[in-house]
Design a protein around this ligand. Structure first.
Ligand SMILES: [Zn+2]
Ligand SMILES: [Zn+2]
Length: 133
């Protein structure tokens, strides 16, 4: 179905399902970790993703862990303790051939924490102050 990789291609993955709608997260952890005004996540069932190597994971908060490429530093995933059967994959890691699988407009979460200099486009996406209820 979908495929993707880190920037240096050391980490590669394929999925057996299409991604859920994109989630634009404006929380400070996503901002710091992505180096961008927000991180875009695509949820997949954990079992639907096949990785070519074991992911390097770090504990990013009391409720979540994130993974990255140990060679190039690309962010790969985020997993919430409360949703162990779901893996959020960084949308930018998708291969170009898989981009058509992403359906919008998606939703913005933790919009209340967004960078003061950034305003999301009025594209019909829903915006939530924190988690989407
Ligand atoms: Zn890499
Ligand atoms: Zn976040």
């Amino acid at each position: 179905m979908a495929s993707g990789s880190c920037a240096c291609r050391y980490i590669r993955y394929t999925t057996t399902t299409p991604p859920a709608d994109p989630v634009y997260c404006h929380c400070i952890e996503c901002r710091k970790q992505s180096g961008a005004p927000y991180q875009v996540w695509l949820d997949f069932p954990k079992d639907a993703i096949k990785w070519n190597v074991e992911l390097s994971v770090w504990r990013s908060s009391e409720t979540a862990s994130r993974s990255f490429c140990p060679r190039c530093g690309s962010t790969m995933t985020m997993s919430l303790d409360k949703e162990p059967s779901t893996t959020a994959v960084a949308a930018g890691t998708l291969d170009i051939e898989s981009e058509h699988l992403v359906r919008g407009p998606g939703m913005h979460i933790f919009y209340k924490e967004k960078a003061a200099w950034y305003v999301a486009p009025d594209d019909g996406s829903r915006k939530f102050d924190g988690w989407s209820e």
